[in-house]
Write a protein that binds this ligand. Sequence first.
Ligand SMILES: Nc1nc2c(ncn2[C@@H]2O[C@H](COP(=O)(O)OP(=O)(O)OP(=O)(O)O)[C@@H](O)[C@H]2O)c(=O)[nH]1
Ligand SMILES: [Mg+2]
Length: 395
Amino acid sequence: MLIGLVGKPSSGKSTFFKAATLAEVEIASYPFTTIKPNHGVGYAKIDCIEREFGVKCQPNHGFCIKGNRFVPVELMDVAGLVPGASEGKGLGNHFLDDLRQADVFIHIVDASGTTDEEGKPAMNHDPSKDILFLENELNRWFYNIMAKAWKSFVRKTEQDEENFAEAVAKQFSGLKVNEGHVKKVLSMLRLPEKPSNWNEDQLFWFASELRTESKPTIIAANKVDLEKAYANYQFLKMRFPGLIIIPCSADSELALREAAKKGLTDYIPGERGFEITGEVNDEQREALSDIKEAVLDKFKEGTGVQEILNYAVFNFLNYIAVFPVDNANKLTDSKGRILPDCFFLPPGSTALDFAYHLHTDFGNNFIRAIDARTKKILGKNYELKHRDVLEIVTK
Ligand SMILES: Nc1nc2c(ncn2[C@@H]2O[C@H](COP(=O)(O)OP(=O)(O)OP(=O)(O)O)[C@@H](O)[C@H]2O)c(=O)[nH]1
Ligand SMILES: [Mg+2]
């Protein structure tokens, strides 16, 4: 699963990325700070099962704080996009190709209105313009990729009488488009039956809808700690009722996570409160108190960063988290560690899919799975549930 961060320059993509991953990346107030993409690991937050089972987990990847388990998800931060990027303006949109394999996008919007569409300082910039142009550039990027291959692809598909949805999914699998996406878009658009009869506009609609379907996009209304952002956030929600828009202050989340890492507070990502637990100077105390007042007390989503990541994983992608163990009674792996791993799988995955996810040999030699909660034996077709704990028994 790959989550891609997109947006205009200076909207706060790298700040969001750093807050989520704590990786060292460059952040600055001038446009095009990021040129080469940043890859990193962020975390979706779930209720750990350790309490239910009365044990203390020992995560191999990610971490667990007070029953909150943070499960790794891959994140990518790219260069900013400006209007006309698909025709080569700014840095163009070549770097978007790095995001072909993204399953979901987080569009970081500067909701404070203090930067223009190119990321330069401005006053009262209307952030709804950024949503419109960015969606358009993303769609053009998809369209350009599809248009290049389209004529010969359609000719061949029609000649060989191939199943169209299946053929599109195969041809554009590099964009992580699947048959389900194509079928949904076709039923929505009611385009002429023969794709060779589609005109350019019709192909553009098709490409745009396919982009929206295969890379659903959450809007992070960022910089809500700044003055005008709250009003702009409310306006965006009214202007785009069909979009998921979540208020966010990436900068606050970064400060909170860094303070917690230093042991200055007991902040848990995604929570709305914290206690000061270390030696802080007056300046630090004031900064923390400002964040509490301007962001945490004001928004039910807290700083929004964790809420947005969770929304992407669970609401958009409907992923389920599953814990593998080697011993269903002790909840340990072969080295005796308690609940060391937790993995995300797409909805509808089975016990056999899970076995293959763990290791090809597990899949090939699958005999049965054991549910650690009920100790029931499960067959290969058992459909996984969120927070299942399974032992896979192999030949
Ligand atoms: N007040 C405030 N400032 C923020 C927030 N997030 C980011 N910033 C500031 O916005 C500026 C741009 O942040 P970056 O994270 O570098 O933006 P970017 O989108 O990665 O920019 P490019 O790499 O140039 O595309 C920096 O000065 C950040 O400190 C926020 O939530 N609140
Ligand atoms: Mg950046």
